[in-house]
Design a protein around this ligand. Structure first.
Ligand code: NAP
Length: 295
């Protein structure tokens, strides 16, 4: 059943239902405003995406980023290297891009092949071109409660979505499920910096349901179906970051939408929630780096 079908059924039976946190709509609004801003620039930013190997999912993500950038008038360059490129060759390429005045932003599409250290590659990116906000400089700033040059894209997208719907964060108990460097960890710090009370859960967390039942806001970034409506407090806010294909090949999130929808006051769908916000944040970050360092 699709999110739209659930809304229709609940409307028919006059049942309470959550407001959908519509990431597509907000993405479109952000990109429209960004295009107006970019049209006024004489020079355009350049976003370079490094893709190693031939992972089909990565290729789709990279193509979406390129298409969105091009629609805005951001120069978009995809450097696709073979799976067997050495770490030193990749580091040399990043050094070249760091020194190239025409390059505004560098993104390395993860995952990388096993023989290449993700840490070494990310650490090699200049913090001033680190469009994902993943370098130790930007992470260090974030984790010490200071402003990084830019914030990591997916957590930034989650906060933009919550802010758009006027959802108060200060003093709220927010449960973040997942502690990766891409989502859970930076997001938990960003929420802490917004004066939320944050609990971070992970694969070793015991009694997850007992914790989620105390949450005003649940953000799930796992990649498995782990949240059912009965694990939630009434009127809570749900942000579903997870994306995976179920056994029928259907794209879905961590949260059982049907049962959570009846419990929550706001819920983000998958697809159409956080995914579009990640792309919007990437474009915002590219323009922010350009304005700070190249304009
Ligand atoms: P990840 O690196 O695999 O991290 C997954 C996290 O989930 C880990 O911290 C893991 O705990 C935790 N976890 C695993 N099983 C769990 C369980 N049963 N209970 C509680 N926690 C559990 O993945 P990621 O990169 O953060 O991505 C997470 C999901 O978000 C994926 O589905 C990914 O596709 C999606 N994603 C979406 C976007 C978007 O734009 N919408 C962007 C990025 C990621 P441990 O640390 O203990 O292993």
């Amino acid at each position: 059943m699709k999110a739209g079908d659930v809304v229709f059924i609940l409307l028919c039976y006059n049942l309470t239902m959550a407001v959908i946190l519509d990431g597509k709509n907000l993405r479109d609004k952000i990109l429209t405003e960004l295009k107006v801003k970019l049209d006024r620039f004489d020079k355009k930013p350049t976003l370079v995406v490094i893709l190693v190997g031939d992972n089909p999912a990565s290729r789709i993500y990279v193509n979406n980023k390129k298409k969105t950038a091009e629609k805005l008038g951001i120069n978009s360059v995809v450097l696709n290297y073979p799976e067997n490129i050495s770490e030193s060759e990749l580091l040399a390429k990043i050094e070249e891009l760091n020194n190239d005045k025409e390059v505004t932003a560098i993104l390395v599409q993860l995952p990388l092949p096993e023989h290449i250290s993700k840490e070494n590659v990310i650490n090699a990116i200049s913090p001033q071109k680190d469009v994902d906000g993943f370098t130790p400089y930007n992470f260090g700033k974030l984790f010490s409660g200071e402003k990084p040059i830019v914030y990591p894209c997916t957590p930034k997208g989650v906060l933009l979505l919550l802010d758009e719907y006027g959802i108060e964060l200060e003093g709220k108990h927010i449960v973040v499920i997942g502690r990766s460097n891409v989502v859970g960890r930076p997001l938990s710090q960003m929420l802490l910096n917004r004066n939320a009370t944050v609990t971070v859960c992970h694969s070793h967390t015991k009694n997850l349901a007992q914790i989620t039942k105390t949450a005003d806001i649940v953000v799930s970034a796992v990649g498995k179906n782990i949240i059912e409506g009965e694990m939630l407090k009434s009127d809570c806010v749900i942000v579903d970051v997870g994306i995976f294909k179920d056994i029928n090949g259907k794209t879905r999130g961590d949260v059982d939408f049907e049962s959570a929808f009846q419990k929550a006051s706001y819920i983000s769908p998958v697809p159409g929630g956080v995914g579009p916000m990640t792309i919007a944040s990437l474009m915002l970050n590219t323009v922010e780096l350009f304005e700070k360092f190249s304009a």
